[in-house]
Design a binder for this molecule. Sequence first.
Ligand code: PMP
Length: 419
Amino acid sequence: MTLAAVSLADNRGRFDVERARADFPILKQRINGRPLVYLDNAASAQKPTLVLDAMRDVYETTYANVHRGVHTLSQRATVVFEAAREKVARFLNAGSADEIVFVRGATEAINLVAGSLGRRYLAAGDEVVISEMEHHANIVPWQLLREEKGIILRVVPIDDDGVLKLDAYRALLGPRTRLVSIAHVSNALGTVNPVAEIVREAHRAGAFVLIDGCQAVPHYPVDVRELGADFYALSSHKLYGPTSVGVLWGRGEVLAEMPPYQGGGEMIASVSFDKTTFKKPPHRFEAGTPAIAEAVGLGAAVDYLTGLGLAAVHAHEDALLAYATRRLGEVPGLRIIGTAPEKAAIVSFVMDGVHPHDIGTIVDQYGVAIRAGHHCAQPVMDRFGVAATARASFALYNTMAEVDALTEALAAVRELFPA
Ligand code: PMP
């Protein structure tokens, strides 16, 4: 069953986008004299009032350092911080809150797995499988491990639509495969990967699986237990929460066997100069003072999304994707990069004779915020023979009228740079 199928199957509610927009104060502003059209959500999403209020409330009423205080405020701060962990666990349907490790973001989550599991259990000649569509955050940590340990990195190719070649994936799996680390949704192409199948095949080969869910969780309900992977990584800031916090979900029995990733306060059971013992997960992996108000903000963000219903959000974004794909197709000389049948609401494109940075700069004059560049996925750009793309990425608060605004701004680009 694909995740898209799961989300559509239980989509009962209708989604009121205007009401949702009212929850995001930043959207009310004008940019360059036009209403802001924010289409850079895959880079970072905007924050609803609920999240802003939750963080402000922590600082105004509850803030102190967590876990180590005997005083009332510290205890209160610990309660709200750990409550956020519980919320995230429910959001992902984790087996327990102890499987939720708070990290700085998806980047740190992946580095944690490479630095802990990778360093301890991978040896020269062991293989890690990634794909051609990975974000640099899911490439570079494995290259660093390759330098350190002599592991071998195998890369699953993608086809001209940006679809993972599953046959090639199966062929890459072998007795030395120790870990498969693949994006759930590509940030550069929008491709939704068949992660359940990827996990099944990897486990059959006896490998661990890490899913980089950064671009999936804002769009699809994710059930980590149903998915069956060993790790799932996400960043709060793409999920309508604050920056500087993210999550590594890890299966309890796997986390329990992993050594610390960083050393410091909070992660120890006892310290002496001769011997230090460590706490159980998740605290073993959370050295130092965590992002306290940010974790609470992330908890509020998942409350917000749960309240709206991710299935309804997904249906809305799917309609936006279909409409944007059709409207952008009307712009002469525009080519969409990433045309997989299963896509999240991300549209990467190039235009004949115009550099993506010029596209981004010109549409900004019309109040439209899109991203231009390699999207931290240079191998994807190489695969499609481009240096960069322009990318419109949609969120729950975007509207069909905003797709029209983007199309009109692109028509203006075309007038300046005739095809
Ligand atoms: N993986 C993917 C697929 C991403 O899109 C991103 C962010 N663009 C990351 C990982 C890294 O996330 P962060 O910068 O929040 O750590």
